[in-house]
Design a binder for this molecule. Structure first.
Ligand SMILES: *Cc1c(COP(=O)(O)O)cnc(C)c1O
Length: 365
């Protein structure tokens, strides 16, 4: 079976973990701070704060951005559940903005409509889905005009740029995940990036029980710290991330040029975006047949995501309990019935990629 995801781990990560185990400083320490510094400088962010996963990175980012109980946060219905759950953790109200059917990212028209309908919305939490940046130049223009603070969920987009500027540097901050399926990993881990030093300082306080001096607590924080064990894996992965992203792009470009089958449609890339292909997702009206076919040919796949967030049970119940009517996002609803991700990760061989391509070209529903 060709897996849908596989992290690239070699002697560099293995030796780094052995070293830290022998040294004995396992929790947050020097290596964590070095990882923050190198992550920021590698991707050209001014400041970075690390955390134990990407979900809590979203929680801390929203809290530090000032999201409070009852605030409306505009967001996408087409993402991993963590994006919206972080809004719920702040007792705020997610308001869903429909997506573009070709890029799967938030639609500019729908964003403008949503702002008209929610004139008191103060926040936008967007996602660079599958590694493709949203239309950040236009989005920032619209949000600046309306005094809306932008938070970028970059969990799938390490190294992606829009108009040559890195994702996570347009809005107030960016958040990242280092789960093993992502473009780079630390096992579990996360990061917040920003050009605002005070903001990152406040995030670091929230991550460490509201404390900057040991046993002195100024605010109620959390234990969301990253470990040195995770950080040394991250430091090794940082040396490889550009190469790993290049391999993802190479695989994706091969698919874009060589998959020809009228039963599947290929994703569209915004020419102003440097897409890093966390996923390569096709659309097909024959998804049940297609995934059965892939399985019979020993090709792994993923469905990202089968249920749009506004239809998830926990979100529906939460909004209902606040007396908020259910919303519809027809594009996200339709797309969630058609998407299928095929392997695009850097551990694929050239033979794997051409086999996947030939196999898809022979699909006949
Ligand atoms: C993976 C992911 C997260 C959550 O990150 P974890 O590290 O798994 O907690 C959040 N948002 C998106 C879009 C993701 O893909």
């Amino acid at each position: 079976m060709i897996p849908i995801a596989k992290p690239l781990i070699d002697q560099r990560e293995i030796q780094a973990v052995l070293n830290i185990m022998e040294e004995g400083n396992l929790a947050q320490g020097e290596q964590v701070f070095e990882f923050e510094k190198q992550f920021a400088s590698h991707f050209q962010y001014s400041y970075a704060a690390s955390l134990c996963n990407g979900t809590v990175a979203l929680h801390v980012a929203l809290k530090a951005a000032g999201v409070r109980s009852g605030d409306v946060v505009l967001t996408t219905p087409f993402s991993f559940i963590a994006t919206s759950n972080a809004i719920l953790y702040c007792n705020a109200i997610p308001s869903f903005v429909d997506i573009d059917e070709d890029t799967f990212n938030m639609s500019l028209e729908s964003l403008q409509e949503a702002i008209k309908k929610n004139p008191n919305a103060k926040y936008l939490l967007l996602v660079h889905l599958y590694g493709q940046p949203c239309q950040m130049t236009d989005i920032m223009h619209i949000c600046n005009e309306h005094g809306i603070t932008v938070i970028e969920d970059c969990a799938q987009a390490h190294g992606a740029t829009y108009d040559t500027k890195p994702v996570g540097s347009f809005g107030l901050c960016g958040t990242f995940s280092f789960y093993p399926t992502k473009n780079m990993t630390t096992g579990e881990g996360g990061m917040i990036t920003s050009s605002n030093e005070n903001f990152i300082r406040y995030c670091k306080k929230l991550i460490n029980h509201g404390s900057t001096t040991r046993y002195v607590h100024e605010i109620t924080g959390f234990n969301y710290r990253l470990t040195n064990i995770a950080a040394v894996i991250g430091l090794a992965q940082l040396q490889k991330i550009d190469g790993m992203n290049s391999l993802r792009k190479k695989n994706a470009h091969y698919y874009l040029e060589n998959i020809h089958n009228s039963a599947v449609s290929l994703p569209k890339v915004d020419p102003r975006a440097d897409h890093v292909y966390h996923q390569f997702s096709l659309k097909t009206k024959y998804r049940d047949e297609f995934v059965k076919y892939l399985t019979s040919k020993k090709i792994g796949f993923g469905i990202h995501y089968p249920i749009p967030i506004h239809h998830q049970g926990n979100i529906k119940e939460y909004l209902q309990s606040m007396g908020i009517k259910s919303q519809s996002c027809p594009v996200a609803e339709a797309v969630s019935q058609q998407v299928v991700s095929i392997p695009v990760h850097p551990a694929l061989s050239n033979e794997d990629v051409s086999y996947i391509c030939d196999t898809i070209n022979q699909f006949n529903p």
